[in-house]
Design a protein around this ligand. Structure first.
Ligand code: DGT
Ligand code: CA
Ligand code: CA
Length: 576
């Protein structure tokens, strides 16, 4: 039982309460606990065993009732209340709630009236137009349900950051062309750079809202107009939901803050305001009826005596306390990055030659790249043999000599992404590992080993005096493969003890380590390498921003990230 499983149980309890129309405060308490638990870096089971109820209640959002349930789950592996509740509603009914635009009321209605209790039934009923006849539903709702089901199937309701960001940027570019648009910003989870995005939120200031809404709903790629009004419209653009709001100039900062969220961050800020007799909402900052600010976002933080908080930190994970103490970290930025310690070339499964990768890196202002072609075990990825590494070495040396002769401050580092095998051994003998500048260890097989075995497997690699970096340490593929089970605290402890670096893989479908684990690494004093794992030069150039964004969400500063250092400093932290 890991934290994530506990969070799922509490989410499900909240779902069932929603379908049953229970007290909203109760529902919110379970949701809040689930959100807290899933981002907690300590193991709940350990906290429960060590400190019992009183220790659990120190976790924000965990009250008496939830603490008792956590203890029960830690001890027995299940929660009686959860099991009882599950028997009260058909399992498929809960599944319906995952569909965009289906709320608990609609779910309960289609179930009670038509006996629908799974997505397939719902789809069939919608296609046979049985839903439009239900009181309060109608044709439009029925159409939306059909589209919602399609979207759910395609995207499970969320899209990757890398899909949402370019779409949002191009919408912003288009709307900026309108004379009437004087201000525009991306808001929501996208501005916070979450790894997946539910919907894109955009805010504009305009003296002609109708013109903005007309342009917005006619954008290329609009599949559906969900709502169209003067202050708010919503569309589906190439399968992604987009909300657009027009706000008054005087409210722009307050609205930007409110709609950037996160919700939990907002709630805390609003509470701080209330303590000082202020009302803070999306329209502005008010003392009584008097508006005292709201045109700039900075007004919101100033009004409650806080330092400015960058959007990536607004998750109620301690940023408000840090801002109060004036200890907001100076977050790492894209232009701090001086090199890439994990790229592939055509010596294994990459598309470009070493030289091509190097030239692109140089044009990005980098001082080094580590070409980390695969070891033999990863056969499908064209793994190298020891012999091939020697040949590659010749090419690397020739290139490096060339750079030196031309006075270019750049070096290609000889590296390999070496498989950490299921028997805990590395996929190259020591003498090969010793010959490399950088060794990146990674797991590619047998993801299903149990937690203890997986932890030992990784710790063995971390403790290997030839392994410098652990690549994509949890192995997850967003929306496709869950992270393997591993004791992250133990990994961090041994990484700290051995000076091993943890990778933040910038690939948008990986982002591994995630934001929470990056913060954990920082707290342990473990260095992070923001690497791209690029298989061609364009990727190397384009995906680093997603890694940097995740690092910022993980509170990382340049000093926490090894590849913000120049070549010499980097080589000092490699083990040999
Ligand atoms: P998403 O779209 O699921 O990836 O996540 P967000 O954070 O973009 O959420 P969204 O689109 O539902 O709402 C945008 C922002 O609006 C959200 O981050 C905070 C704010 N907001 C929405 N609903 C509430 C609310 O009930 N209370 C407060 N305080 N803020 C809210
Ligand atoms: Ca959103
Ligand atoms: Ca939204």
């Amino acid at each position: 039982m890991i934290n994530l499983d506990m969070a799922r149980i509490f989410d499900e309890i909240a779902d069932i309460f929603e379908v049953k129309g229970e007290n909203p405060f109760k529902i919110r308490a379970y949701r809040r606990a689930a959100r807290t638990i899933e981002t907690l870096t300590q193991d709940l089971k350990v906290i429960a065993e060590r400190g019992g109820i009183s220790e659990l209640k120190k976790i924000p959002g965990v009250g008496d009732a939830i603490a008792k349930k956590i203890l029960e789950i830690a001890e027995t592996g299940e929660c009686k209340k959860h099991i009882e509740l599950k028997q009260e509603v058909p399992a498929g009914l809960l599944e319906l709630l995952a569909i965009p635009r289906i709320g608990p009321k609609t779910a309960a209605k289609v179930h009670d009236e038509l006996g629908i209790c799974c997505i397939a039934d719902l789809e069939e009923a919608a296609k046979l137009h049985h839903l439009e006849k239900l009181p309060g539903l109608g044709t439009k709702v029925e159409e939306n349900i059909i589209k919602g089901i399609a979207q759910y199937r395609r995207y499970k309701g969320r899209v990757l950051l890398s899909e949402a960001l370019p779409r949002a940027e191009s919408i912003v570019t288009e709307l900026k062309k309108l004379d009437s648009v004087s201000k525009i910003t991306i808001a929501g989870s996208l501005r916070r750079m979450r790894e997946t995005i539910g919907d894109i939120d955009i805010l504009v200031v305009s003296n002609s809202p109708q013109a903005v809404m007309a342009a917005f709903t006619c954008l290329d790629g609009v599949e559906d107009i969900v709502a169209k009004g003067d202050t708010k419209s919503a569309i589906i653009l190439n399968g992604v939901d987009v909300d657009l709001r027009v706000v008054a100039e005087t409210s722009f900062g307050a609205a930007a803050h409110y709609f950037t969220g996160s919700k939990h961050h907002n709630i805390k800020i609003r509470e701080l305001g209330m303590k000082q007799g202020l009302k803070i909402n999306e329209y502005g900052i008010f003392r009584g009826d008097e508006r005292i600010g709201g045109e700039d976002e900075a007004d919101v933080f100033e009004s409650v005596g806080l330092a400015y908080i960058p959007p990536e930190l607004r998750e109620d994970r301690g940023e408000i306390e840090a801002a109060k103490a004036n200890r907001i970290p100076k977050l790492v930025a894209a232009n701090d990055i001086k090199g890439d310690l994990h790229v592939h070339t055509n010596w294994s499964d990459g598309k470009n030659s070493i030289e091509e990768m190097a030239m692109t890196a140089i044009s990005s202002g980098y001082e080094y790249i580590a070409v980390a072609d695969h070891s033999p075990a990863v056969g499908i990825a064209g793994g190298m043999t020891a012999e091939k590494i020697m040949k590659r070495q010749e090419e690397i040396e020739k290139l490096n000599t060339g750079f030196e002769d031309d006075g270019i401050k750049f070096r290609v580092l000889s590296a390999s992404e070496v498989d950490i095998k299921s028997d805990f051994s590395m996929d190259f003998p020591d003498y090969v590992l010793e010959s490399l500048d950088v060794v990146v260890g990674a797991i590619h097989t047998k993801f299903s080993q149990d937690r203890e075995t997986m932890t030992t497997r990784l710790v063995t690699a971390i403790e290997n005096p030839n392994v410098d970096i652990i690549a994509h340490p949890t192995g997850r593929l967003l929306g496709k493969r869950d992270p393997y089970e591993v004791d992250m605290a133990q990994l961090m402890e041994s990484a700290k003890a051995t000076g091993t670096i943890m990778e933040l893989n910038s690939f948008p479908g990986r982002l591994d380590l995630n934001d929470v684990h990056c913060k954990m690494a920082k707290d342990y004093g473990v260095l992070i390498a923001i690497s791209t794992d690029a298989h061609d030069a364009m990727q190397m150039r384009d995906v680093i921003k997603y890694g940097v964004a995740t690092a910022r969400r993980g509170w990382l500063e340049p000093k926490d990230v090894v590849n913000t250092r120049g070549l010499e400093e980097v080589m000092k932290v490699m083990k040999r």
